[in-house]
Design a protein around this ligand. Structure first.
Ligand code: UD1
Length: 341
């Protein structure tokens, strides 16, 4: 096999885990990353796990000539997995143009290069944010798309539309849009994981940093929601499970003879967990207490959302497998490694 895959944003959190799974499946990986939210040592972690160092290009996908040079110098790339994007919801409200420029120009450049260099398929990282606050849970792929509540969320919706329109226009490519729920955890080897810059905005890195004593206490954003324990509910999915779905999606696009040119899948466990349940899971799995207090609701938060992953289960033959306690243990092992515990 040894087909060549371009992973944009490949030194980032989900990109690095996906690179590992692609290599384990026999694919050759070329990474492009501008290192704006990751560092070069991630390549050492990948190599430690798989024994293979991916080809690395430091560059920005918003510059199409950088991409063309990459495709010329690495001929035979058959597929792209696009993780190169900005992802902080709050920052996107402050700096909308940065988000539209990064996320949309990158995608448009990649799509434009695909026919030029014979690239057959692109996997796109979308988000359950496109569903907004669901009318029913679990939510499947046929649910309506709701107006985005942040520029970040809007870039995901617009990106899905750009890809759809391009394929409808007759472009000779395939695409699979993966709508992630909440990816958490780290590789069980603790060689790679999430490396948030500054104060983490997402729950699990904040939680593990609090357990490590870097943060004083975790604030649970609201306990007066209409949920069994009053805290918000999400579908937390292990990052390695998530990474494996990308390999299956890529294989489907490259090898599937009669699959649709564009397909959409939810990637979640099908199980909703509240913030308080997740804290309990962490404490149970690691034996480490997480100092926490209840605070006010966070503006823009969705009350509850979890996936109906049946389509991915049946069509892709993919199911989330890692129990959440194991995921929390892996997140903790990674946190301990990062802070030298
Ligand atoms: C958010 C985005 C989602 C995006 C993802 C990227 C929204 C509505 N969703 O997901 O589109 O793809 O980030 O990373 O903005 N929480 C606390 N205390 C904390 C941090 C979080 O209680 O210190 C709670 C939140 O209220 C939420 C849950 O933990 O209920 C998960 O929060 P987070 O990890 O930030 O993810 P989302 O907001 O679900």
């Amino acid at each position: 096999m040894n087909e060549k895959i371009l992973v944009t944003g490949g030194t980032g959190y989900i990109g690095s885990h996906t690179t590992v799974e692609l290599q384990k499946a026999g694919y050759e990986v070329v990474i492009i990353d501008n290192l704006s939210n990751s560092n070069i040592e991630v390549l050492d972690g990948i190599e430690k796990i798989t024994g293979i160092r991916p080809v690395f290009v430091k560059g920005d996908c918003t510059d199409i000539e950088t991409l063309r040079k990459l495709f010329r110098e690495n001929p035979g790339i058959k597929g792209i997995i696009n993780f190169a994007a900005s992802k902080a919801v709050g920052e996107s409200v402050q700096k909308p143009l940065l988000y539209y420029r990064n996320n949309l120009n990158t995608l448009i450049n990649l799509l434009e290069c695909m026919p030029e260099y014979g690239v057959k398929g692109i996997v796109f990282s979308s988000s359950c944010t496109v569903y907004g606050e669901p009318d029913v849970n679990p939510i499947d792929e046929t649910a309506p798309i709701k107006p985005a509540t942040s520029p970040y969320g809007n870039t995901k919706q617009i990106s899905e539309e750009i890809i759809t329109d391009y394929i409808r226009s007759g472009a000779p490519i395939k695409s699979i849009l993966l709508r992630y729920f909440n990816p958490i955890g780290a590789h069980p080897s603790a060689c790679i994981g999430e490396l948030p810059l500054g104060v983490p905005q997402n729950l699990v890195p904040y939680l593990t940093q609090t357990a490590a004593g870097i943060r004083k206490e975790l604030t649970v954003f609201g306990d007066d929601y209409n949920t069994p324990d009053g805290s918000c509910i999400r579908d937390y999915i292990d990052v390695v499970d998530l990474a494996k779905a990308h390999v299956i999606a890529m294989r489907r696009m490259l090898d599937g003879e009669d699959t649709d040119s564009i397909e959409i899948f939810n990637l979640g466990t099908g199980r909703g967990l509240s913030v308080l349940e997740l804290i309990n899971s962490f404490e149970r799995a690691t034996g480490v207490k997480v100092p926490h207090k209840i605070g006010p609701r966070r503006e823009g938060d969705i009350e509850q959302i979890w996936a109906d992953p049946k389509k991915a289960n049946e069509v892709l033959g993919w199911t989330a497998e890692v129990p959440v306690d194991d995921t929390m243990r892996n997140a903790w092992a990674w946190q301990c490694k990062v802070c030298g515990k």
